[in-house]
Design a protein around this ligand. Structure first.
Ligand code: NAG
Length: 277
């Protein structure tokens, strides 16, 4: 799997966050104690919807982030470009344009898209992404928590049924805690909703000190108590490809567009004192 390449990517992204922060962004609203059944209480929340044509304050598009996957053996690199992130018709769209020819592209990079939270010190959360995934084969589409390659939680849709990680030969949802101690990740994959490409479903990750839990439409699909991250970080959503037959495959023949209708986040951060603010 391309975890190593992904980590490199993210290091690049995260080192750029501080310089990319808009100065006038609105902070997430405090709800002063939203309790999620089974997960506990969170002092902060944010709900993002996508009317109009611009990203809401609090979410940032990754811009010109070249990810050197070839250094880790992938056929191509990929690059997160802000032009692949756009708000239209009530959705946040994250696109991998179709018909790319990365062999002749600058840096042999596949143009991809990504959005991340301005808040970078999230420590435990319940994040619900209401989305339609693209079933165009050949990308990895995800909602994930990231601090480092040893502090990461992912729900990922691998749209190409021939990906070697889709061992059932179907485009599956993959649930992962990356290894916190250099061992194996905690990982499984399951069939995605049949209409994942046409209907909005809610994809949720709950993260506490003791576990991560993955839900689709409120139904628990997987719960892990190993490799649970314990350091604060950022939440991200992306759609990318690097040609790796073991993971994303791609690039896609036609446009692949991850369409996010709504994001609801309940979370704690380390930057403010414990309790309601
Ligand atoms: C979030 O922070 C509050 C206040 O410190 C704490 O009571 C609560 O247990 C935390 N939630 C989780 C899931 O750790």
């Amino acid at each position: 799997m391309s975890f190593a390449t992904k980590s490199l990517i993210l290091l690049n992204i995260l080192t750029s966050i501080s310089s990319a922060l808009p100065t006038n962004s609105i902070r997430a609203v405090s709800t002063c104690g939203k309790t999620i059944e089974g997960a506990g209480t969170f002092t902060k929340s944010a709900t993002y919807t996508f009317p109009g044509t611009t990203l809401p304050s609090g979410l940032i598009a990754s811009s010109d982030q070249i990810i050197h996957d070839q250094a880790n053996g992938a056929p191509y690199n990929h690059i997160f470009q802000a032009s692949n992130v756009f708000v239209k018709d009530g959705y946040l769209n994250i696109k991998v344009p179709g018909a790319q020819t990365p062999a002749s592209a600058p840096n042999q990079a596949i143009s991809s898209g990504e959005v991340f939270t301005e808040v970078s010190d999230i420590l435990y959360a319940s994040v619900r992404t209401h989305a339609i995934f693209s079933t165009e084969p050949g990308t990895c589409q995800s909602s994930f928590f990231y601090k480092s390659d040893t502090q990461e939680i992912d729900v990922e849709f691998l749209s190409d049924p021939t990906s070697q990680s889709n061992t059932n030969k179907t485009p599956d949802l993959h649930y992962t805690n990356q290894p916190t101690n250099g061992g194996d990740s905690t990982w499984t994959h399951q069939a995605a909703p049949k209409d994942i490409g046409t209907a909005v479903h809610e994809y949720r990750i709950d993260w506490t000190a003791g576990f991560t839990a993955f839900f689709v439409d409120g139904v628990l699909k997987q719960k892990y108590t190993t490799n649970v991250p314990s350091q604060p970080g950022t939440w991200l959503w992306n759609n990318w490809a690097n040609g790796d037959k073991g993971w994303s495959v791609g690039p896609p023949k036609k446009d692949s567009v991850l369409k996010i209708q709504k994001i609801e986040m309940f979370y704690n951060t380390t930057s403010t004192a414990a309790g309601c603010v």
